[in-house]
Design a protein around this ligand. Structure first.
Ligand SMILES: Nc1ncnc2c1ncn2[C@@H]1O[C@H](COP(=O)(O)OP(=O)(O)OP(=O)(O)O)[C@@H](O)[C@H]1O
Ligand SMILES: [Mg+2]
Length: 348
């Protein structure tokens, strides 16, 4: 028998009271040597038990359940209608159910608090990263302006050079803001994908063409794994996928070695194509690989700063691939090179 209903508790208390009173009557009649009347004894037992039952039930309801109900009501934040009130009274009269619901509620609140704390830490880190990234170009610009104001403006040998340098810092800030804007749009789902059927070979060739001069600066060869002479038709947003490939190829060049290569391979995988961008550059240390797609994450902060990255490129890439419901992976060995691969659905 479970002792978590007020009726059960009251019945037990009433039975105990009845038995004690009848016992008292019996002991009293023994002590006073008066005759023991069975009818009186039965009457006492039933009368006291009944009275006791209603009395204890009243006490429990009045003093304990009223409080439990109040707590329970607060937890559920219920605005009670009369039907709901009845439902609540029925539920609060089963204490084990109240206990279960309250612990479920507590667990839910704990999870909520944990999530809020994580979000708060993330927000703080994000603001820290953004201000850190903006600081360098802003101070650079200020430095050039101050020098120009201090007289360099009149010096034809350096005034244009300083303006051009200040402009490079402005470019860097614009890139950063554009990247953050893009991430924000991707995350809030504002940016719709314009899905079409397109040829991934053609997109890759366009990217190579666009980045040829960058590769030339480091004598890096941009090539395909095979001669892809027929089109590979895929489904997706061609502009976004072009952005993915461009980001990966720019990285492969930036972190590639002089006279190295960047190679694109396309592999048939049932209903998908796997697109690989491989380089033979500096690679990524094993410990950094799992974090490489996080925003602002860079392997070597000082080194990447020289090549002008803010660490948002791969976060954007990952978002775009995720929003296509596809996957992206990286294999890399420090000092040997990196291979980024992602999938795309074949066009029907
Ligand atoms: N192909 C690669 N080879 C070696 N390291 C890489 C490669 N691609 C990315 N990384 C490492 O991953 C980090 C994050 O890359 P990501 O593209 O997100 O940022 P970034 O290139 O530094 O800056 P951004 O792309 O925003 O201009 C880089 O800083 C670099 O350390
Ligand atoms: Mg990058």
């Amino acid at each position: 028998m479970r002792l978590d209903k007020p009726e059960v508790l009251s019945a037990l208390a009433a039975a105990l009271l009845g038995v004690l009173t009848t016992g008292g009557y019996w002991l009293g009649s023994l002590a006073l040597e008066t005759p023991f009347n069975l009818f009186i004894a039965l009457g006492l037992l039933i009368g006291v038990a009944l009275l006791g039952f209603f009395f204890t039930r009243f006490i429990i309801h009045q003093f304990i359940y009223a409080k439990v109900k109040l707590i329970y009501k607060n937890i559920h934040e219920l605005k009670l209608g009369s039907d709901e009130e009845e439902d609540l009274i029925a539920r609060t009269s089963d204490l084990s159910m109240v206990e279960r619901e309250v612990s479920e509620w507590a667990e839910m609140r704990n999870t909520e608090i944990r999530e809020l704390k994580e979000r708060e830490a993330f927000r703080r880190e994000f603001i820290g990263n953004v201000s850190h990234e903006l600081k360098t170009p802003i101070f650079n610009i200020q430095g050039y302006i101050l020098t120009l104001m201090d007289g360099a403006l009149e010096d034809p040998k350096i005034n244009r050079k300083y303006l051009a340098r200040a402009n490079r810092s402005v470019d860097r800030m614009i890139n950063l803001v554009q990247d953050m804007d893009m991430l924000n749009k991707l995350e809030s789902g504002v940016m719709d994908l314009r899905k079409q059927t397109f040829d991934i070979v053609k997109t890759s060739k366009d990217v190579f063409e666009m980045l040829e001069h960058k590769a030339k600066d480091k004598s890096i060869a941009l090539k395909f794994k095979k001669d892809y002479d027929k089109p590979f038709k895929v489904e997706g947003d061609p502009r976004r996928i072009e952005q993915v490939i461009a980001n990966l190829v720019v990285n492969a060049i930036k972190y590639g070695k002089e006279k190295g290569h960047v190679e694109i391979g396309i592999f048939d995988m049932d209903d998908k194509y796997l697109i690989e961008i491989a380089d033979n550059g500096m690679g990524i240390p094993e410990n950094d690989v799992p974090r490489i797609f996080e925003r602002f994450y860079r392997v070597d902060k000082s080194r990447s700063r020289d090549v002008g990255g803010s660490g948002l490129g791969l976060a954007i890439v990952k978002h775009i691939i995720d929003s296509h419901k596809q996957t992206i992976n990286v294999r890399s060995t420090s000092g040997i090179g990196s291979t980024f691969s992602f999938t795309l659905k074949k066009a029907k």
